[in-house]
Design a protein around this ligand. Structure first.
Ligand code: GLU
Length: 552
């Protein structure tokens, strides 16, 4: 009996050949230098920041080279729930406008190189495995779970490398006749790759991020097809899929680096050229004095849903990740303020090979900057959309009076130096609630008085203000009047004079302005007071001041 007999016995229904598939999935017609990348998540029902980070790199490489970025669902581990998970991945990508050129979603296949869901590619994998069996580079393994566990314990006890290799690879030496007999006997088996490697040999591997590495050749006969669902393992599916889909650059987490020698060996067994690899570093964070991996268990920011729930603009999240993708990104962006991240050319050499340090404060700063540059209309739309999804209270505030809400957002906006106080839509309610009388008067207000705290003095200031200082045409003329008020009550209107002779005054005009601000809003820090007063109008300002005077 020959290997061919064995292959036919295992895959009696496989009639296609590798060449058939090569014809079905011909070389892509792309420009010279165009890159083909893929995002290949396992649908677990969780979208990790690290996965999105990789997708962003994939997207950037493909878009900046006029290439193709596709989505492949790696669902060969079918114990997990798949449908919802695929939806989460696709919806997240869409939310960020990282739209794959090719994908399979809700029954629709876009692209000529599908199916893009691994569980639908069984026949393809079987064809490739059949070929390996025929050429003697794969074989059935009948070792039971117990036998494998026993092998592991022996290796542990003797402090040996773990794995199915050398004399531990028992079924490697089984004759074809025996294998056929046992299969006919209905004994369960998996298919293993026959490595032929020597662990003592060093091979040179070039990773685009990690550089030139000397790695031990693989000698482990890994499982490539599982016995229960007859689906391939990751290692094998990666080789077949990235070959047939013509991936030029594989961007994946560095946890796969130790397996790369297996993959290269499999590519070689088929006579295929392996793709280029970009093994991305872990995303890490500062935690007290140390730096550690961002973890799904401990850190809410590990999940992409975190950013959506808090209402970060998508661009802020992307920009913050770009700064840790390439160390030169920030400088580039400062020099090219009108360009987008898509104009930036990703350079793997500018990526940290040890760990990408993600910083939420930095995200906040980037985000404040982006939100400050939005028009009031744009911010209205984005924050309203967010509120409808995540905040009933902000929704009801907005829906009371959309025009008024937009006017609030417009304070110190659409200017050369706009106000930068909003990092995320979630912050808005806390920054504007006092602009609404119904909320304001139903709250236990905590007045943030500063230097002037005496109630009689405050009353005097407010009464004087009410009696004299309305009807102002401009910010300048208004502030002139506040200065006059300061003079009248014995406060310095001129800061220089005040600094030279503080003992001559009760205080200065800034103290007066603070009283006017706190009495109107309860807060010591607000956007421009004149603009708030203008928005309120005389009656509401007067009403708030009078109510406070009464209360005192
Ligand atoms: N399915 C693998 C994972 O989620 C993908 C690794 C790769 O991109 O090749 O880790």
């Amino acid at each position: 009996m020959t290997n061919k007999d064995l292959a036919d016995l295992i895959f009696p229904n496989i009639t296609k050949t590798i060449e058939d598939y090569e014809k079905m999935y011909p070389k892509r017609k792309l420009d010279e230098g165009a890159c083909v990348t893929r995002f290949a998540p396992s649908p677990t029902g969780y979208m990790h920041l690290g996965g999105f980070f990789q997708a962003l790199i994939d997207f950037n490489i493909a878009k900046s080279s006029n290439g193709i970025f596709y989505l492949r669902n790696e669902d060969t581990d079918q114990k997990r729930e798949v449908d919802k998970a695929v939806e989460l991945i696709m919806e997240t990508l869409k939310h960020y406008d990282i739209i794959p050129d090719e994908y399979e979603y809700k029954g629709e296949i876009v692209g000529e190189y599908g199916p893009y869901i691994q569980s639908e590619r069984k026949e393809i994998y079987h064809t490739f495995i059949k070929h390996l069996i025929e050429i003697g580079r794969a074989y059935p393994c009948f070792c039971t779970k117990d036998e494998i566990n026993e092998m592991r314990s022996t290796q542990e006890e003797r402090k040996m490398r773990p794995g199915y290799y050398g004399r531990f690879a028992r079924c490697n030496n089984m004759s074809v006749d025996e294998a056929i007999k046992r299969i006919k006997n209905n004994e369960p088996y998996v298919i293993r790759f026959r490595s032929n490697g020597d662990f003592e040999n060093k091979i040179i591997f070039n990773d685009l991020v990690k550089g030139r590495l000397h790695l031990n050749e693989n000698d482990i006969d890994d499982v490539i097809m599982k016995s229960d669902n007859l689906l391939p393992t990751y290692h094998f599916a990666h080789v077949v899929d990235d070959y047939l889909m013509h991936t030029t650059h594989v961007v994946r987490g560095e946890e796969w680096l130790p397996s790369v020698t297996k993959h290269i060996q499999m590519f070689e067994a088929f006579g295929f050229e392996p793709p280029k690899y970009i093994h991305t570093p872990l995303i890490v964070k500062k935690d007290g004095g140390s730096i550690r991996k961002i973890s799904k268990r401990k850190d809410p920011e590990a999940s992409m849903s975190y950013y959506d729930e808090l209402g970060y603009p998508t661009l802020a999240v992307i920009e913050s990740l770009m700064t840790i993708i390439n160390s030169n990104y920030e400088i580039w962006h400062t020099e090219n303020p009108d360009k987008t991240f898509l104009d930036f050319k990703f350079n793997p050499e500018k990526m940290s090979s040890s760990g990408a340090l993600y910083d939420l404060d930095k995200l906040d700063n980037i985000s404040k900057d982006i939100i400050s540059k939005m028009s009031a209309k744009e911010l209205f739309e984005k924050s309203y959309e967010w509120a409808k999804k995540y905040s009933e209270s902000l929704t009801s505030i907005i829906e009371k009076d959309k025009k008024y809400y937009t006017s609030i957002l417009n304070i110190e906006r659409e200017k050369v130096k706009p106000r930068k106080d909003i990092a995320k839509y979630y912050d808005i309610e806390n920054l504007i609630w006092y602009m609404y009388d119904d909320i304001y008067f139903n709250k236990d207000l905590e007045y943030e008085w500063q230097k002037i705290t005496d109630k009689e003095e405050i009353k005097k200031i407010l009464k004087t203000y009410i009696s004299k200082y309305y009807n102002v045409e401009s910010q300048e003329s208004w502030f002139d009047k506040v200065k006059k008020l300061a003079d009248e009550l014995g406060y310095a209107s001129n800061m220089k004079e005040y600094k030279n002779n503080p003992e001559l005054f009760k205080g200065n005009v800034a103290d007066i302005a603070t009283v006017l601000r706190v009495a109107l809003t309860s807060k010591s820090n607000t956007p421009d007071l004149y603009e708030i007063m203008n928005l309120f109008g005389k009656e509401r300002v007067e009403n708030r001041y009078n109510k406070l005077i009464e209360k005192f």
